[in-house]
Design a binder for this molecule. Structure first.
Ligand code: ADP
Length: 273
């Protein structure tokens, strides 16, 4: 495939030979891939396959044992955490903020990488935070404290904080994990719109049908290795699901929703009665 300079400049994230170990155990093994500006990429694979570890390496929270990660052409190992945070916003799956923090302050924390010198948010910071609060439809509880919210509400607050960061790259770990089906669709629509507006989004997720429907590309991990990477319709099939998850599934293409994955039974016997 031809790749001109123009094509190269569209690449936001380039990963080459990335490996990570926790003590002696390998979690990521020689990953190589590229993500273009404005792509919505679904990171899928079973529990323990390395999705969270990869997101943490991409946000520079973890330092790889080997390999290179280029963010907008720059080696992130040579960038400060603050520099990375100005480009890359992360939404972890687990929520560790102070339970007494009001929602609006939690969202304002997203402005932190942009504030220079002494912390004091200005009018523009407040404006950006309020826009994020409206976009995530959390205005009704913006004055409540984090500890008073349901898991799904907290998840939307964390996404609002990431939006307030105005990053070019959004790394989201299980964005719809705690959400009801209505909010699952709404969040996926928001991620899709962000990508269409030029934000590069990488989302680790377990909902294969949603991932297939909304993502431009899927990266499939198994035991820390990429076993498939490409457009959802090129990647998702019954053989892959069986190989990666050990699950027999129906994969069907439905008009207007695209690929739908219906898990049927584990290959070692559990499942439908
Ligand atoms: P996923 O997000 O796909 O569920 P993870 O990236 O969390 O996968 O985990 C990948 C592997 O690394 C798993 O085998 C997991 O047990 C291991 N692992 C994750 N975090 C740690 C840690 N802090 N210390 C040791 N091993 C870890």
């Amino acid at each position: 495939m031809e790749c001109s300079l123009d094509c190269e400049s569209r690449v936001t994230i380039k990963v080459e030979g990335l490996s990570y170990r926790y003590n002696s155990a390998s979690a990521l093994d020689g990953l190589t891939f590229e993500v273009e500006r404005g792509e919505l990429v679904g990171l899928v694979g079973p529990n323990g396959s390395g999705k969270t570890t990869l997101l943490k390496c991409l946000s520079r929270v973890l330092t790889p044992c080997s390999g290179v990660i280029l963010l907008d052409g720059r080696d992130i190992s040579k960038m400060s955490l603050l520099e990375v945070a100005r480009i890359c916003a992360s939404v972890p799956s687990e929520f560790s903020a102070d339970v007494n923090l009001p929602v609006v302050d939690a969202v304002l924390l997203g402005r932190h990488p942009h504030v220079r010198g002494v912390w004091w948010e200005d009018e523009r910071d407040e404006e950006v935070a309020m826009r994020a609060i409206e976009r995530m439809k959390i205005s009704d509880f913006a004055r409540r404290r984090l500890g008073e919210l349901s898991s799904g509400e907290k998840q939307r607050v964390m996404l609002a904080k990431a939006l307030a960061q105005e990053a070019k790259v959004l790394l989201v770990d299980e964005p719809v994990a705690y959400l009801d089906i209505r909010y699952q669709l709404e969040i996926m629509e928001i991620l899709r719109t962000l990508a269409d507006d030029g934000v590069t989004v990488i989302a680790a997720m377990h909902q294969l049908s949603l991932a297939a429907r909304y993502c431009d590309k899927l990266i499939v991990l198994k035991k820390g290795r990429i076993v498939a990477c490409g457009k959802p319709e090129e990647v998702i099939c019954e053989e892959l699901i069986e190989d990666v998850y050990g699950v027999k599934a129906f994969v069907q293409k439905l008009p207007s929703v695209g690929l739908v994955v219906i898990p049927v039974a584990t290959v070692d016997g559990g499942g439908v009665r």
